[in-house]
Design a protein around this ligand. Structure first.
Ligand code: BTN
Length: 325
């Protein structure tokens, strides 16, 4: 536990704790305790001090640091190793580097700001400072590489369920978009390092627009945030802890029982299933009815000539014509 975490754990007693007791527990002087309390206050912790009674923690800041998030975690393993950065190029890059250096499964990297946040298909991910969640988790699934793709769907279900806990009604758009009111609120970027038959690690990167109140012109029509939809600011640490819990649940379920339960849960939140859609995959463009997902999470697209195509990756938009069912 880092040192502020130990001090905060002592202060979390909900009542005054004497400077002397803290000093003894941490093996430091009372003057050092006073100095550390001052540093915590500068970080936004509200700590009351009363003569002869000591210190009491009254409020914690909306920060994504480990010492703020850890007490809110309910997980067994996901998020128990935690790195927070004020600013990074991409949390997926940091998580990948940490994974190569031996990060345990479930290690999480978060940042307040990304300067080169990445989306799928080479796109940028809008990552303004302080407003949202930029989150990447290292996973080490005991599976062959070809069985990993439904993990992205598991992450989608986890994000959707976390959003539900914050009073929103999310919809999932295949393969990895999360929407509120028809606009994108979150995206998932899964990256894998593997040999032909063995996964080294997977990094699932999740961006959730939490407290963004205005988007750049090019995104305004297609993006939204949780705060805009529910009409109130969202505590980022609380959301991060909720996301960790749902992610751990769905990852464990996927590894234990395979993709079918994940796909079934995903379909409960699905948007566009049964609708006429266009799918672009690389240079190919197809149109048909998005009939279903198969048990591996691939899209079953029924073409107008009656054939059914299995699409494993692509970009889906609502098609122009009427749905044929
Ligand atoms: C997409 O919808 O295209 C995926 C967006 C994924 C964005 C997240 S933000 C945290 C992590 N770091 C990145 O650079 N990208 C992912």
């Amino acid at each position: 536990m880092e040192s502020d975490e130990r001090l905060l754990a002592l202060l979390r007693a909900d009542e005054f704790v004497s400077g002397e007791a803290i000093a003894e527990a941490l093996g430091i002087t009372r003057a050092a305790v006073a100095k550390r309390v001052g540093e915590l206050r500068k970080r936004g912790f509200a700590i009351a001090a009363a003569p002869r009674r000591g210190y009491r923690l009254d409020a914690v800041p909306d920060a994504l640091t480990g010492d703020v998030v850890a007490p809110q975690l309910t997980t067994a393993w996901l998020g128990r190793a935690w790195r927070h950065f004020a600013r990074v190029e991409s949390t997926n890059d940091e998580a990948g580097a940490w994974a190569r250096a031996g990060a345990p499964a479930g290690a999480v990297v978060v940042a307040d700001e990304q300067t080169r946040g990445r989306g799928r298909l080479g796109r940028r991910w809008h990552s303004p400072p302080g407003a949202s969640l930029y989150f990447s988790v290292v996973l080490r699934p005991p599976l062959p590489p070809h069985r990993v793709p439904p993990l992205t769907l598991a992450a989608g279900v986890a994000v959707a369920e976390a959003l539900v806990q914050f009073d929103a009604a999310p919809a999932l758009k295949w393969p990895n978009d999360v929407q509120l009111d028809g606009k994108k609120v979150a995206g998932i970027l899964t990256e894998m390092s593997a040999d032909l038959d063995r996964v080294h690690h997977v990094v699932i990167g999740i961006g959730v627009n939490l407290n963004v109140l205005a988007f750049p012109d090019e995104l305004a029509a297609i993006a939204t945030s949780l705060a805009l939809v529910v009409g109130a600011p969202v505590a980022r640490a609380e959301f991060a802890a909720a996301l960790c819990a749902r992610l751990e649940h769905w990852y464990d379920r996927f590894v234990a029982d395979g993709a079918a339960p994940v796909v079934a849960a995903w379909k409960q939140h699905a948007r566009f299933l049964g609708r006429r859609v266009q799918v672009s995959a690389g240079r190919e463009r197809m149109e048909g009815v998005a009939e279903d997902l198969d048990d591996d999470g691939a899209l079953k697209l029924r073409l107008d000539d009656g054939r059914t195509l299995r699409v494993v990756a692509g970009e889906l938009t609502l098609g122009p014509g009427p749905a044929s069912r």
